[in-house]
Design a protein around this ligand. Structure first.
Ligand SMILES: N[C@@H](CCC[C@H](N)C(=O)O)C(=O)O
Length: 256
């Protein structure tokens, strides 16, 4: 059987998107990894199903390229853009994710994703850690481009400290103009991706602990994003928004 899929990208984090409101696609992880394979399939960092929800606008079911599941910030932004393309929403969305209910707005062509309130990222000697729906190890470095993100990221991701679930690993450089440049090794893709939305949000909150103020502008290999937030007296964060573009790239058919 052939199914129609849509390819989306959010600052270079790319996803196969399927309208699964009629339940044609079973949640089969081997099929997910086959479709996401860059040599034998369509090629993507992840696969997203848009499904019917009785009370909310839709449910987003997200899979990493290897079929594992977690919260995806860029994937959520792409899902909102796809939901508008399908006519499910206009400029506002309330939807279910693996991390519970989320909301988003579309303004001036950008997707604004409202992230959960957070405590201050946990500070260690050489890094920060924050789980904002997905786990993020955050290291501040002088020159991100000199980092071997794939190998260093894999070493941390598989280290004893993060067993058994592993973590995503972010390398962050604070630039002179107070923007940050973030490169991320993603668990479930097992490689560097061009952008990671939850990683960029976690990195921006860790940068706030170092004195940066909202809004924080972020450069990733795949484009630019913005994170806005309010920092409370107890150092927790509320009203956190991840803002950036999400675009449809092409439409195709795949034999399942
Ligand atoms: N690309 C994502 C993060 C996806 C989940 C992550 N790989 C994990 O398994 O924790 C994003 O944009 O947030």
């Amino acid at each position: 059987m052939k199914i129609t899929f849509y390819k989306y990208q959010g600052t270079g984090n790319d996803f196969v998107m399927i309208d699964n409101r009629e339940g044609i696609f079973s949640h089969e992880t081997s099929l997910v990894s086959k479709m996401c394979d860059r040599k034998f399939g369509i090629g993507a960092d992840g696969l997203i199903l848009i499904e019917h929800h009785d009370k909310l606008d839709f449910e987003m079911v997200y899979f990493n390229a290897d079929g594992s599941q977690s919260l995806c910030g860029n994937g959520s932004r792409c899902a909102v853009s796809f939901a508008r393309y399908l006519g499910i929403i206009q400029d506002h969305a309330n939807f279910l994710t693996i991390d519970g209910e989320y909301e988003a707005d579309i303004k001036n062509g950008l997707i604004h994703l409202h992230m959960r309130d957070q405590q201050n990222p946990k500070k260690f000697d050489s890094h920060y850690f924050l789980n904002n729906g997905s786990p993020h190890h955050i290291e501040f470095v002088n020159d991100v481009d000199k980092k071997d993100v794939r190998n260093l990221g894999a070493t941390t991701r598989y280290s004893d400290a993060y067993k058994p679930n592993g973590t995503n690993v972010n390398f962050v450089q604070v630039k002179e103009d107070h923007t940050i440049y973030v490169r991320t090794y993603e668990r479930g893709v097992e490689d560097e991706t061009l952008s990671c939305g939850t990683g960029i949000t976690a990195s921006a909150l860790a940068a706030a602990d170092k004195g940066l103020r909202s809004p924080i502008f972020i450069e990733a290999k795949g484009g630019k994003l913005e994170v806005r937030f309010e920092q409370n007296v107890d150092k927790s964060f509320s009203n956190i928004w991840l803002i950036g573009p999400a675009e449809q790239v092409f439409v195709g058919q795949f034999d399942i």
